[in-house]
Design a protein around this ligand. Structure first.
Ligand SMILES: Cc1ncc(COP(=O)(O)O)c(C=O)c1O
Length: 400
């Protein structure tokens, strides 16, 4: 009884502390809000009663709404029901999961692949299965939060180098340390669309006997022959890049993620990756949708060709009109505006003109580099891009 009374008495103070924290976020323009998406069709989305041309989606190849993917999902639902019912190691590992793993392994030219429920969980899984406390995990400073969190959760020694700074990476690798050394990098940096110097990183890893972990969340499906990803594009096989992670929720347009690598790597993940073992498998119907999407991704090269045309169109148009441009040749095109308040204001102006572009602010991006993260997808046409660029030219701080 006494305990309950105390807890009640503390609750207002606890809420007051939370409110103070939220107020702090608001005052620093870091407060995040969710808008409710009511429909999505091709390049258009409906958000809270208004339709926009969507420049915020990672559905790079426009596969999410493809009728064949949707039909595969429906077929799977009829056959397997809505959920897997259990984790993979209990009784949730279904035929579509298994078939998808085989297909992903073949596509990435790795002996095996293992499905995870999300990319975040895949990165945690790699860390929980492999990183030990006396290991050193060296990461690019611009890596996705899930990679940083993974190293922290595993309580490994985390060291970071400035974005793409090979000189610093080499210096860090030269320092003798106990345990194993892992070098972990995004292949395509999610906030600026730039590519990691993977060939150089792989060579350094070979020279210093470090293990390379590559997160190709934004390259898979977009880069490489038939969309097999950044490693494929650069000719980096299992020997150079033994641990590849990619997601099924971006270019594949569905949900889930996978790690591809050697037989012993995948068996180790199955035995030890806590975020694999202790979570429900993705719905098997969803795996059926990913399988269909993967088949289309491989077969319909026009999606990648169209996307490349759009990227060139965007960059040429932005240059011509004086719209600020990042150094990216991928579908992620950032416009760095600096201040969070300014960036939020520009995103709001674009929405007023019918374009849905999201403002990314610290701590997701470094302080002073708040930006619009424009993503192009195969659903867009050059006319959509021209419209967005015209809207941007009306906003003084978006032009250089
Ligand atoms: C580079 C990178 N890795 C991992 C993830 C996490 O993937 P998921 O959304 O499937 O959890 C994301 C994005 O969400 C990402 O951008």
């Amino acid at each position: 009884m006494g305990t309950t009374l105390n807890r009640d008495a503390n609750a207002p103070a606890f809420d007051a502390a939370l409110l103070a924290g939220l107020q702090h976020l608001k005052e620093h323009y870091q407060y995040r809000t969710r808008r409710v998406k009511e429909a999505a069709e091709g390049p258009e989305i409906e958000v809270e009663g208004r339709r926009y041309i969507d420049f915020s989606s990672n559905d790079y190849l426009g596969l999410s709404g493809d009728p064949r993917v949707v039909t595969a999902f429906r077929r799977g639902l009829g056959r397997y029901g809505a959920g897997a019912g259990a984790s993979h190691l209990v009784s949730g590992h279904c035929q579509p999961h298994h078939a998808l793993e085989l297909e992903l392994a073949a596509f990435t030219d790795r002996p095996r692949a293992l499905l995870f429920s999300t990319g975040y969980l895949a990165n945690l899984g790699i860390a929980s299965a492999l990183f030990r406390r006396n290991d050193t995990v060296i990461q690019d400073r611009a890596n996705h939060a899930s990679l940083v969190d993974a190293a922290i959760f595993a309580r490994a020694r985390l060291v970071r180098y400035p974005n793409r700074n090979i000189g610093t990476l080499e210096r860090l690798l030269s320092k003798g340390r106990g345990g194993r050394t892992y070098v972990v990098t995004d292949a395509v940096f999610s906030m600026d669309g730039g590519l990691a110097p993977l060939v150089k990183i792989a060579a350094l890893c070979a020279r210093h006997e470090a293990v390379l972990v590559v997160d190709d969340a934004h390259g898979f499906g977009v880069l490489g022959a038939d969309g097999a990803g950044a490693l494929n594009q650069l000719g980096l096989g299992l020997g150079e890049a033994p641990i590849l992670m990619a997601t099924c929720g971006k270019a594949l347009g569905v949900f889930g993620a996978f790690v591809a690598g050697s037989e012993p790597l995948i068996e180790t993940l199955i035995q030890r990756a806590r975020s694999y073992i202790y979570t429900t498998a993705i719905p098997p119907a969803m795996a059926e949708a990913v399988r269909e999407s993967l088949a289309l991704l491989r077969r319909e090269g026009w999606r990648r060709t169209h996307l490349q045309t759009l990227i060139k169109h965007f960059r040429a148009g932005a240059r011509r009109l004086g719209v600020k441009l990042g150094d990216s040749h991928t579908p992620i095109q950032p416009i760095v505006l600096g201040h969070s308040r300014t960036t939020l204001g520009v995103a709001a102006l674009l929405r007023r003109n019918g374009y849905y572009v999201v403002a990314f602010r610290p701590p997701t991006v470094p302080k002073g580099t708040a930006r619009l993260r424009i993503t192009l997808t195969a659903n867009h046409t050059p006319a959509h891009i021209d419209g967005l660029l015209a809207a941007l030219t009306e906003i003084p701080c978006a032009v250089s």
